[in-house]
Design a protein around this ligand. Structure first.
Ligand SMILES: *[C@@H]1O[C@H](CO)[C@@H](O)[C@H](O)[C@H]1NC(C)=O
Ligand SMILES: *[C@@H]1O[C@H](CO)[C@@H](O)[C@H](O)[C@H]1NC(C)=O
Length: 381
């Protein structure tokens, strides 16, 4: 009896030791499929292991790379580093890719307005995080605004080892109901799903065409009612059978250009109430009889975790209010130095990129009319 107990103990101990070594030796990615892995917790919850990727709701960071102070910089949509976004629970990273002299960079509208660094450096950060968090499924959404051929993305993913983490479907498009479970994606090591809004022609098998898989609601809206109408989709699919994404970030108009409505963030990101994320989800449920798969928000940590509370409610898992969520960067302070991107305030060359006219020409008029209202922002120009 005692002997077998000791044996049992030794066996469990060796299993514990083995599992402590395994993640390191089995990584990265695809080689892990040789090892019998059975994820028991997926994206933080045991229940999600059995759920299809197509029926889980993920919080997404709109313009995840455009990091700066929410108070005073019109060109930013987040104020936490990519690593903090991921640690806090963001599971879709949206980004805008630009062709800057042959290099793919993450910029906002234009690289002279906001230069978020190279796609290579950004993806390296994502790869480090995936390696450190083997039980997490993550989605990327690339807005390929300069129509860069998808083949030019392939070497960048490969250089940072993200190809081995990438989910490769056996055929496309994948209807919402046909996605594998999070558990099987984690077990196979293929737990990064990358969507691209255009040019994803299948030649790079792990970069999936967005609109045959996901339809979107309108973006850059200024009406806090946030409708749930199908705004962008592909004519090649019936949107009823695909996943969908809500663009839940509220803008206001400055000089004819949409910029984040920072003062309303706590309301916009809230779990319930008029104009909230929770309210838009309810609108969507009523209209489409299924919840959104992806919810893109600005400055996700405003609300103190409320956006994750909404996701937990949809996913029918327990929301853990004690899970740490970053605090908004105080007005005037610089975002954390762990940010992988170079963040800089809007400069005098920058604002012209928002509009059709030169910033210098309109500055005196602009200041006179809007100075009183926008005073705090102008401090940063
Ligand atoms: C998408 O939304 C925008 C902004 O609300 C609107 O102007 C446009 O007409 C919509 N397009 C479609 C196809 O619904
Ligand atoms: C949002 O709420 C937090 C916490 O209650 C508060 O510190 C912050 O000032 C609020 N921000 C805005 C823009 O209302």
């Amino acid at each position: 009896m005692r002997l077998s107990l000791t044996k049992q103990l030794l066996k469990s101990l060796s299993l514990v030791l083995l599992s402590a070594v395994l993640p390191a030796s089995a990584a990265p990615g695809r080689s892990a499929s040789n090892v019998e892995r059975r994820a028991t917790v997926c994206n933080g919850h045991a229940e999600l292991c059995e759920k299809s990727f197509g029926s889980v709701t993920f919080v997404g960071a709109h313009d995840s790379y455009a990091i700066g102070n929410s108070n005073g910089n019109f060109a930013v949509n987040q104020d936490q580093s990519i690593t903090t976004q991921l640690n806090d629970g963001v599971r879709m990273l949206q980004m805008q890719a630009h062709n800057q002299n042959g290099e793919i960079k993450l910029c906002h509208t234009d690289c002279s307005l906001y230069d978020g660094g190279t796609l290579h450096d950004y993806l390296a950060t994502v790869g480090d995080w995936l390696n450190a968090n083997p039980n997490e499924v993550l989605a990327l959404l690339i807005v390929n605004i300069d129509n860069v051929p998808v083949a030019q993305y392939d070497p960048i993913f490969k250089a940072v080892g993200l190809d081995v983490h990438s989910f490769v479907p056996s055929s496309v498009p994948i209807p919402a109901a046909s996605w594998p479970t999070l558990g099987s994606m984690i077990d196979s090591g293929q737990r990064l799903v990358t969507f691209m809004d255009n040019k994803a022609d299948g030649s790079v098998p792990y970069i999936l065409d967005e609109f045959t898989h996901i339809w979107e609601t309108a973006f850059d809206v200024t009406d806090p009612a946030f409708d749930c109408n199908i705004n962008r989709t592909s004519s090649n699919v019936d949107p009823a059978g695909t996943m969908y994404l809500i663009n839940h970030f509220l803008d206001k108009t400055v000089l004819g250009n949409p910029v984040p409505f920072v003062e309303k963030l706590n309301v916009t990101n809230a779990a319930s109430g008029d104009g909230s994320l929770g309210a838009q989800v309810d609108t969507c449920m009523a209209q489409h009889s299924k919840p959104p798969n992806f919810m893109l928000v600005d400055f996700y940590e405003f609300g103190g975790g409320s956006v994750f509370e909404v996701a937990a409610r949809i996913n029918n898992v327990q929301f853990d209010p004690s899970h740490p969520v970053a605090s908004p960067v105080p007005s005037g302070a610089s975002p954390s130095s762990t940010a992988q991107t170079t963040s800089r305030p809007l400069n005098s060359n920058a604002l012209s990129d928002f509009g059709v006219f030169s910033y210098k020409m309109v500055l005196p008029l602009f200041s006179a009319i809007t100075g009183a209202v926008l005073g705090p922002y102008l401090l940063f120009l």
